[in-house]
Design a protein around this ligand. Structure first.
Ligand code: ADP
Ligand code: MG
Length: 281
């Protein structure tokens, strides 16, 4: 039984210009402890898919108009409010690109992590929480956890904010971590550190990771499997090594041809020829 099993998922948005089918008959599954990368160009439906897993999309404008999401064998689309609250930030945790989506600027790091412990790990006694917060900050590689927990988010660098967000995410022992372009806003060396951290945490905590990225280097370093999304559909999926080595779908080939390679002279970057691609698909 997979940890997550999505079948025929369809999600649309009603806008002034009509309805957009953002997710169009998507099916995939994820096993316990597995790292799956979801790749695709901007607007292909990656974030909407990710947010739907814990029903984080506002409805309306979003509409779930087909399919099924089973998480730990439970039907997410029919959970009640209380059950959803337990799921969000509990069994399914999110890390986003923008610190502002997860960190509240007016609270210290300590109280933000404490809030999630309070909500999702009520068995942990109040007195034991500071030690747990320090332990979590250490787990995500923060050298000076006592000082960091008393800081406000704006007093921390981008990389440190990202580590704090990861600490909040793992505080509740999730079985699935959804990371939506977690390193896109960071500079390259910090990106590498955060990715190392994710790899280490996955090993240590045994959680599954759904990693959204448009960076194929990240896919080859971290993912067991890859899903390629295009215009709301999954157009290719398979083991990461195989998809990277021998992409089958024309869109995946086109996406990979856009990656500049070290040591390979190219007069100009290859662009996706949309008309040719539309014909091929
Ligand atoms: P990405 O692959 O870049 O993460 P998204 O999943 O964010 O793409 O978006 C998929 C599609 O859904 C896009 O066409 C986007 O414009 C549309 N969309 C996403 N959120 C909304 C919204 N709140 N209202 C209307 N359209 C939306
Ligand atoms: Mg997105």
């Amino acid at each position: 039984m997979p940890l997550l099993d999505i079948q025929g998922l369809r999600i649309s948005f009603v806008t002034d210009e009509g309805a957009i089918q953002a997710v169009d008959d998507v099916s995939f599954s994820l096993s316990e402890g597995e790292v799956v990368a979801l790749v695709g160009e901007s607007g292909s439906g990656k974030s909407v898919t990710a947010l739907s897993l814990a029903r984080l999309l506002q409805t309306p404008p979003a509409h779930y108009n087909g399919g099924r999401i089973l998480f730990e064998n439970r039907d997410v689309l029919s959970l009640n409010r209380k059950e959803l609250q337990n799921l969000r930030g509990g069994k399914i945790a999110y890390v986003f690109q923008e610190p502002s989506t997860s960190l509240n600027p007016v609270f210290r790091v300590r109280s933000q992590i404490e809030e999630s412990l309070n909500l999702h790990r009520p068995e942990l006694k109040r007195l034991d929480r500071p030690a747990e917060i320090i332990r979590l900050l250490q787990t995500v590689g923060i050298q000076d956890p006592e000082r960091t927990m008393e800081a406000y988010p704006h007093q921390l660098s981008g990389g440190m904010q990202q580590r704090v967000m990861i600490a909040m995410a793992i505080a509740c022992h999730p079985s699935l971590l959804v990371a939506d372009e977690p390193t896109t806003a960071l500079d390259v060396t910090i990106q590498a550190q955060i990715l190392d951290l994710l790899r280490e945490l996955r090993k240590k905590l045994g959680m599954a990771v759904l990693l959204i990225t448009h960076n194929f280097a990240i896919v080859s370093n971290l993912a067991d499997r890859v899903l390629v999304m295009y215009k709301g559909k999954i157009v290719e999926q398979g083991p990461a090594a195989q998809v990277l080595k021998q992409p089958v779908h024309p869109y995946t080939k086109a996406l990979m041809a856009c990656i500049p390679r070290l040591g390979v002279k190219q007069k100009r970057l290859v662009c996706i020829d949309r008309e040719a691609l539309a014909q091929a698909i």
